[in-house]
Design a protein around this ligand. Sequence first.
Ligand code: GLU
Length: 294
Amino acid sequence: MSKPLNRRLFLSGSVGTAAALTLAACGGDADEPEVADVDTEDFPEGSTMARLAEAGSITIGTKFDQPLFGQAGPDGDPVGFDVEIGKIIAAALGIEADGIEWTETVSANREPFIENGQVDIVVATYTINDTRKEVIDFAGPYYEAGQALMVLVDNEDITGEDSLEGKKVASVEGSTPAQYILDNHPDAELVPFDTYSNCVTALINGQVDVVTTDNVILAGFVASDEENLKLVNNGETFTDEPYGVGLTKDDDDFRDFLNDVIEEAYESGAWAEAWENTAGTVLPTPDPPAVDRY
Ligand code: GLU
């Protein structure tokens, strides 16, 4: 449930100014989301929100090698849609962009990084599912992707998931797409890597036949190398991958707060602005998915 406290924060704060969001990756000056004027006493004593707001800093895990969502920029800090979602969350806690410590997370270390407190949240093309919910919690979803396939431009024989038999299929350890291949395509050879950029290198080098993960991740790689890469069947998807913000299990106040922040970003236009400046440069703007306050 929305807490009156958060409503108040948003009314008095200014997270909602969509115009405040632009992206450094686009080459312009980086206007960050306007930071809420937060009085830490507005947050429940002992809450994660109070702790982070008091510290004026937050550690956010994200990807550093995925174009459009989280990719290291010229200054080493990542840029992309997930990064903008992280900035919107930080701003709602009264934390400036330079108070965000970005930590690279790969698919396999996201739950452990949350569990052992190495990061406060993870915003990293992170599919909400029940297995992960056994050890962490999720706010969101704030976007819905789906699993797809990517091949070299001259590949004609892989036309969909039904043509994976005997193929070398690259994906990332600890990801839902890798698990999907293991569960549904035992006749394919899954070749696991630690990151998607390493999957792409293997595809270009001819070590594997196909890369599989979420359509929007693959679309980012294709957009950055259209000469060599293409999506199979125009990026046809065969799973649902709702992206959530990962947080410590059972921190219900913080989860409610994060869900409020996401919904407020929908209403204010900040979410759409974040999308259009990042992934939206390549992909159509979707309708934002309903937040699931499970
Ligand atoms: N969304 C999928 C997952 O969370 C694939 C993308 C990724 O590995 O980050 O496993």
